[in-house]
Design a protein around this ligand. Structure first.
Ligand code: PLP
Length: 461
């Protein structure tokens, strides 16, 4: 390992961090007694902290991001070359990597047509809301403006993105929220709202229709969904769900927005999560894996039909999409994304994701057979979750304290970084989350699963 901060400097770095950095999602009181972790270097599946301790990262940078792994010099070089040649121009102009990446991306998304660049998942989703609102104004006299979102889904951190968030603990204390967003029920069969039924998927989809009818279909412009819910508990959709959702959207002329911020770019074994389910979206958003965290980039992708609505009336000065994202014009993002995509293709990482995902799911099922605290195992590709319960019969959720204790134990004892749903849903922060980089091997998975096995044995003993 090669830490680029001298031995003597590292304590200064820690002090500077403790004095001035406000960490994300963190109660800082703990730093009165401990030091923050400074991640100094990464290579492949591994990262090293300030003490030089090596960790196996089972969560791709904590939040499903570093899909192609750490230390990819070719991405850094592509970014460097681009920045030296031309770093930035506002998105009203084009850039070479922007055009080339858009073309490659659309090749992977049959039925889609246009790419709008910005910087974060929240922002990418926010663009879709503005598009929906503008269409409502131009086509429906402002009436069809409501946007439906699903309980347990998450679409970002800004006030309007939170307004479309189905996780109460992420929203608590941040209201009032933007009006015009309406919640529909979740689709987690393990926590069925109708008890044990054999048509759960259909019922969960029909519950969306009920909300549409209650609100008035002429007021509902769009429905935003994660293809597989991430931070709300790694929820794979029940059978028959997506077919019915698609029918409902068509029937009521409701635009379907798919949030691929987590699932996009191979995470689930297809380029995009929605492609498992035969969905035809009107808009798709993506961020985390687009450049694997080597540059900040997000995309809002639309069909040609949506795009055409914004150029239909050139004589009306207000009819085009009057939106800008300053750093959506930074050429580092698409330059990194192009090279990221080349790596995914040349190294057959989608195939690896399918194979390793199946292996990991098998191993988690074996853990479930061994530990009664694991109530349910879910996932697709390298996007996996294990829901913890106090009692398999009643499915009473395990506490956030126990869940976090298992995460901490993996970290402290084995230097394995796993994740868990946290401060998302009151009473349900009980799902362990795994999302290793798409380069992972069987031996990485064995190490991760062995660590969880040991951690559960010690914490639950
Ligand atoms: C499904 C989903 N959508 C949107 C976002 C927001 O992305 P960002 O944090 O880049 O704004 C996230 C972040 O975790 C997410 O999980």
């Amino acid at each position: 390992m090669n830490i680029h901060v001298g031995e003597n400097d590292i304590s200064h770095v820690v002090e500077a961090d403790k004095a001035h950095v406000w960490h994300h999602l963190t109660q800082h009181k703990k730093f009165d007694a401990t030091d923050p972790q400074i991640i100094v270097e990464g290579k492949g599946m591994r990262v090293w902290n300030q003490a030089g301790r090596e960790h196996l990262d089972a969560v791709s940078g904590g939040v499903w991001t570093v899909n192609v792994g750490y230390g990819r010099a070719s991405i850094a070089e592509a970014v460097r070359d681009q920045l030296v040649k031309m770093n930035y121009f506002a998105g009203s102009m084009g850039t070479i990597p922007g055009a080339l990446f858009s073309q490659k991306l659309i090749e992977k998304m049959p039925g889609m047509s246009r790419v709008y660049f910005s910087n974060s998942g929240s922002e990418a989703n926010e663009k879709t809301y503005k598009i929906v609102r503008q269409i409502a104004h131009n086509k429906f006299g402002g009436k069809k403006h409501k946007i439906l979102y699903r309980q347990r889904d998450y679409h970002g951190t800004t006030i309007t993105a939170l307004s479309s968030g189905g996780q109460d603990e992420r929203k608590d204390q941040y209201g009032p929220f933007t009006p015009g967003f309406v919640e529909v029920p979740h689709c987690l069969e393990y926590r069925s709202q109708w008890g044990e039924v054999d048509d759960y998927g259909l019922r969960a989809a029909n519950a969306i229709e009920e909300v549409i009818l209650r609100e008035g279909a002429d007021t509902v412009g769009a429905l935003i969904l994660e293809p597989i819910t991430a931070g709300g508990g790694v929820i794979t959709p029940p059978e028959g769900y997506w077919e019915r959702v698609q029918e409902i959207c068509k029937k009521y002329e409701i635009l379907l927005i798919i949030d691929e911020v987590v699932c996009g770019m191979g995470r689930t074994g297809t380029w995009f999560g929605y492609q498992h389910y035969g969905i035809k979206p009107d808009m798709v958003t993506m961020a985390k894996g687009v450049a694997s965290g080597y540059a900040a980039i997000s995309c809002t992708v639309t069909t040609e039909e949506v795009f055409q609505m914004f150029k239909a009336d050139p004589d009306d000065p207000m009819s085009y999409f009057r939106d800008i994202s300053t750093f959506g014009g930074c050429a580092a993002g698409p330059a990194a994304a192009l090279e990221n995509m080349r790596i995914l293709e040349d190294e057959n990482l989608l195939e690896n994701t399918v194979a390793m995902g199946e292996y990991a799911l098998e191993k988690l099922e074996e853990l479930k057979a061994k530990h009664a605290i694991i109530g349910d195992v879910r996932g697709k590709g390298l996007f996996l979750g294990a829901e913890l319960v106090n009692d398999r019969e009643t499915k009473e959720p395990a506490s956030e304290t126990i869940t976090q204790a298992i995460v901490a134990e993996c970290f402290q004892k084995d230097a394995v970084l796993i994740g868990a749903t946290n401060r998302s849903l009151s009473g349900f922060n009980n799902t362990l989350c795994l999302s290793p980089a798409l380069i992972c091997t069987k031996s990485d998975i064995d190490e991760i699963v062995a660590s969880i096995d040991g951690a559960i044995s010690r914490v639950v003993a």
